[in-house]
Design a binder for this molecule. Structure first.
Ligand SMILES: [Zn+2]
Length: 412
């Protein structure tokens, strides 16, 4: 249990009793059998009633009357690269004319550009520096039914980078809290998952700002990284994100798991995309620098395929790490009381051989089925590579109580 989340509850920011329900057992007590059943969470309810957020799952119309957001936006507005929006309200325009060959805006959607052309804009992250290493992460969460998937990652002692949609964070706040409690890194993935280059400056700022605000409200932490939905970014959007302290994390390998059943993408397509990454790792293609894969906690299917391929990825790569770890970013949030290990520390805590192990160990010995992936010393919370085991159960959207029972039985 993170000291931080406990503190949150002592501060009275929620009406929920006892410690934060950041474990599956605690969440089940609150949510009942249906993991995806909507629930109320007082801090979110209060914030929505106070109109502190724009409507959920609607493209941010403006910064509204958020004076803090407006002041920050006005302070950077004049320096935003003069690039016209490529649509309206997050919807691309089919009349946009763009010189793809010259690619003046470093528009990834058209040219897969990752080296900005506007002055002072930081380059994208699209791979990881360590060879034979995989930067591991999942977009579009927090998904309401992700507990079994997160259990699996915990059992494998595996941390990842989670790119959260602000609207999902307000809908599924306990699931967002669990990501932090489990030691994952949280990044921003916009408010409404629309096309970022199709927003005006203020809207684009709001899509990121309100997602950061939602994550801060629910978890207590402010992310320092983001990923544009569909990779739709240009130098104007990069600058706006950078002004909010967000590093842009792209990818080089796309599982296309999100597209299964659409546009001719089949389960075979997704498998072959994973196999290509594994093949490249196994044949020396990634011996100079590692890779980042795009995958999703979007549905049971995308999580299941991630689970199915995890052992193969673990066998093919020397290391699988969150993005922050790959770049030795030991302070993944604006708040400095939570640290992550650097790359050397992470792999030292988690030898490569353990990746392939199907066995698990319960390091806390308490048999309570809780994650013990963090510890608190001198008021600082650090996320370590070690964690206690959780019994894995098949992925499903329900059955939390059964899973809790399974944990209890396994501990007997
Ligand atoms: Zn997405």
């Amino acid at each position: 249990m993170l000291a931080r989340s406990t503190t949150l509850f002592f501060l009275g920011l929620t009406t929920l009793a006892a410690a934060g329900p950041t474990t599956e057992a605690e969440a089940s007590a609150l949510l009942g059998e249906a993991e995806c059943q909507p629930y109320g969470y007082q801090p979110v309810t209060n914030a929505i009633l106070a109109k502190q957020f724009p409507p959920i799952w609607v493209p941010v119309p403006s910064l509204q009357n958020d004076t803090d957001a407006l002041a920050k936006f006005r302070s950077i507005e004049a320096n935003i690269p003069k690039i016209a929006p490529k649509g309206e309200n997050g919807v691309p325009s089919n009349t946009t004319v763009y010189d793809r060959a010259a690619d003046p805006d470093c528009w990834w959607t058209q040219a897969q550009c990752v080296q900005p052309k506007a002055a002072g804009v930081k380059p994208d992250i699209f791979n990881v520096p360590e060879p034979r290493t995989l930067g591991y992460g999942f977009d579009d969460g927090p998904y309401c039914g992700h507990n079994a998937f997160y259990n699996y990652l915990s059992q494998k002692n595996q941390k990842a980078t989670m790119f959260f949609v602000g609207s999902n964070v307000l809908n599924n706040p306990l699931q967002a809290q669990r990501a932090v409690a489990d030691g994952h890194e949280i990044c921003v993935h916009s408010w409404s998952h629309a096309f970022m280059t199709a927003f005006n400056n203020e809207q684009a700022y709001g899509e990121l700002y309100f997602t950061m605000k939602a994550i801060k409200l629910v978890t207590g932490y402010t992310p320092k990284c983001w990923r544009p939905p569909r990779g739709d970014v240009d130098d104007r959007i990069r600058f706006i994100a950078q002004s909010l302290g967000l590093d842009n994390v792209m990818w080089k390998y796309d599982s296309f798991d999100w597209e299964k059943g659409l546009n001719g993408v089949t389960e075979d397509t997704v498998r072959s995309n994973y196999e290509k990454l594994i093949s490249d790792a196994s044949t020396g293609v990634l011996n100079t620098a590692g890779a980042i894969i795009l995958a999703h906690e979007l549905s049971n299917y995308t999580m299941q395929v991630a689970v199915d391929y995890y052992p193969k990825l673990a066998a093919a790569f020397d290391h699988i790490v969150p993005i922050a770890v790959a770049f030795n970013k030991t302070q993944p949030y604006a708040e400095t009381d939570l640290t992550m290990p650097d790359f050397k520390q992470y792999i030292a805590q988690r030898p490569a051989s353990s990746s392939n192990s199907s066995s698990s160990n319960n390091s806390n010995g308490k048999g309570d089925g809780k994650n013990d992936s963090s510890n608190s010393t001198n008021g600082k919370t650090s996320v370590s590579g070690a964690s206690a085991a959780i019994v894995v159960r098949p992925l499903s959207t329900g059955g939390i109580l059964l899973a809790t029972l399974a944990v209890a039985i396994a501990m007997l």
